[in-house]
Design a protein around this ligand. Structure first.
Ligand code: ADP
Ligand code: ADP
Ligand code: ZN
Length: 278
């Protein structure tokens, strides 16, 4: 299975790609990570990309297309990949189609992660990662369980990206709207586009993505509410009792609903009325 996670910077692509890697046995291919590795190594590609990335603009198509094409030829990519941050222009989307066809591969899903711009600025300004294993964190939304210690590898070193600042973020959001969002209609027309609410919690987004990748239709919030309302609240005692007269076992899904107490009854009385019975 090959999928594309499409969304603005800070939408949660990297966070979710890492979770889906484990869940579905796929490999995350992040052009941002590859380009940052090239910059760190001082390679020719890195030297070309550095200032463009720092300014929040897009690296030329031919460079990222070549990077992805080579990466797709590696043995670990044959079982399926999650493309994170590629394609980002219509030219890259066209090139991806051609290279997948040439390599005998197929694009199964393109999933758009929708998040409002106002929230993205906060997501990006608060983002940091473990310097050793790359696990992603956020100043408020996702702190390590033990302060200052990576949940995944125990390292105490963290880093922030030089392009994760309020100024560059605006340029990057602008690049997304002008250059990347126009590829959505292309994938919609091909019938592979799905979308999830990227404003939901990290766990809720993972669930929505897993649902899509398991081939189940995405549940719209309205349809979800209707389904819940239609679910039987109580299972009659007789229906629960096995025919043989043995001990009744409660069916796993049909827990009897608790009767809601009226609001007034939920309030504690101001003074205790006598001694509590033990
Ligand atoms: P992207 O790869 O799309 O640029 P990231 O996965 O790096 O985005 O997420 C950006 C920041 O937002 C990170 O600090 C991450 O911990 C946080 N984050 C990701 N998803 C959510 C979410 N659903 N709710 C709250 N914070 C999130
Ligand atoms: P984010 O997920 O926060 O948008 P990425 O890590 O995907 O950031 O990308 C960081 C930077 O790397 C981008 O701002 C851009 O300069 C460059 N880059 C990454 N992927 C591409 C791509 N497919 N095409 C052009 N430039 C890219
Ligand atoms: Zn770590």
């Amino acid at each position: 299975m090959n999928i594309v996670l499409l969304g603005p910077p800070g939408a949660g692509k990297g966070t979710q790609a890492k979770r889906l890697e484990d869940k579905f046995g796929l490999v995350q291919l992040s052009t941002g990570d590859m380009l940052r590795a090239a910059v760190a190594s001082g390679s020719e590609l890195g030297q070309k990309a550095r200032s463009i990335m720092e300014a929040g603009q897009l690296v030329p198509d031919e460079l990222v297309i070549a990077l992805i094409s080579q990466r797709l030829d590696q043995p670990d990519a044959q079982n399926g990949v999650i493309l994170d941050g590629f394609p980002r222009t219509t030219a890259q989307a066209g090139a991806l189609d051609r290279m997948l066809t040439d390599k005998g591969l197929k694009l199964d899903y393109v999933i758009e992660m929708k998040v409002d711009d106002a929230l993205l600025i906060d997501r990006i300004s608060g983002r940091y990662t473990c310097a050793k294993c790359g696990e992603g964190y956020h100043d408020r939304n996702k702190k390590p369980k033990v302060a200052g210690v990576c949940d995944r590898c125990g390292s105490r070193e963290f880093k922030r990206r030089p392009d994760d600042n309020a100024n560059t973020v605006r340029t990057r959001l602008d690049a997304y709207h002008r250059q990347t969002a126009p590829i959505l209609p292309y994938y919609r027309a091909k019938g592979v586009l799905q979308s999830v609410d990227g404003m939901a919690s990290i766990d809720a987004v993972t669930k929505a993505l897993a649902r899509i990748l398991s081939g189940q239709p995405a549940v719209a919030p309205a349809a979800k509410a209707a389904k819940k309302a239609a679910r039987p609240k109580r299972v009659a005692k007789a229906a629960r009792r096995p025919a043989g007269g043995g001990k009744a076992r409660r069916p796993a899904k049909a827990k009897p609903a608790r009767k809601a107490r009226p609001k007034a009854a939920q309030k504690r009385p101001a003074k205790p009325r006598g001694k509590k019975k033990l």
